[in-house]
Design a protein around this ligand. Sequence first.
Ligand SMILES: CSC[C@@H](O)[C@@H](O)C(=O)COP(=O)(O)O
Length: 353
Amino acid sequence: MTIPVSILWNQDQLTILNQQKLPHVIEYIHLDTIEAVFDAIISLKVRGAPAIGITAAYGLAIGASQFSAEKLEDFQQELHEQYIYLAGSRPTAVNLFWALERLMKKAETAKTVEEAKAILLAEAIAIHKEDEEHCRKIGEYALSVLGDYRNVMTICNAGSIATAKYGTALAPFHLGAEIGKEFHVYACETRPVFQGSRLTVWELQQSGVEVTLITDGMAAHTIQAKGVQAIIAGADRIAANGDSANKIGTLGLAILAKAFKIPFYIAAPSSTFDLNLADGTQIPIEERDEKEITHIGESRIAPEGTLVYNPAFDVTPNEYITGIITEKGIIYPDYQKNIHNTLGEQIGEEVSQ
Ligand SMILES: CSC[C@@H](O)[C@@H](O)C(=O)COP(=O)(O)O
């Protein structure tokens, strides 16, 4: 049993698991240009907030390595243009902007073009490595709060393949499998793109975790009928007051958790916090192609001319969140105060869009 990984940097080459094709085809593809990285992000070949950030960082470094500029000033100008280009790939996951800005800041310190290229790549590798360490810590903290619980619900895929390794919401299940702690995970299929059925179920099966698939509309009944003891979800962006954006359907689960008096946890690394935003109303919500709802694969399931609203994310207000599990510890209400105390002021200065 192995925990799958979706991003590899080997011999100066970026390779990703093509998540579009899972679970039927396990295909790893090389991304050799910044355009290929942009396409992989917008088309969900790579997805999940931390994985998007890591891939974008490599994308900027790969792009910069191919610039022909000889003068540092020209190089920095081209770098800025490519940074804006990649930052336009997806709007909600703040890890994208966080990672790109981290590279841009580092590049400013370079004295030569060659040095800038080396700095960019080193920073992308550092972000990749740190994310794995952070996710492992999140998993350890999550295991401590889940305690003796066995039946836990999740949504979307906030797993190993959405990060460098281990995942955020799925990290405790992978680590649990390693130490013999048995969970039974109820995975919401997560319409419209089915990250739950296609990715979470596949990923948990790979590491030997017991997982049952349900449709999103079955969540309330399943909590009641199967004795779900906790819900854990990832996040794409967390505001300074703890309001958390995650895949569409997460807010519904949080409300259910309150109604059924079970804990609802968000698991996310510090790179997912955007302390520049006072609350969740300011988080941009991506709206995606209506075909994701009117079709399953290439088959149309709604009449021609159907009006469609397809927001990919929703925002869970902080009052529904029992705790936010980060690599720096578990943050409990009062979120406004405790997020600031746990993450420190520097994060607020670094993250912006
Ligand atoms: C650890 S990833 C957390 C979230 O990014 C994840 O749950 C999610 O919403 C992913 O959305 P996606 O649209 O598939 O990129």
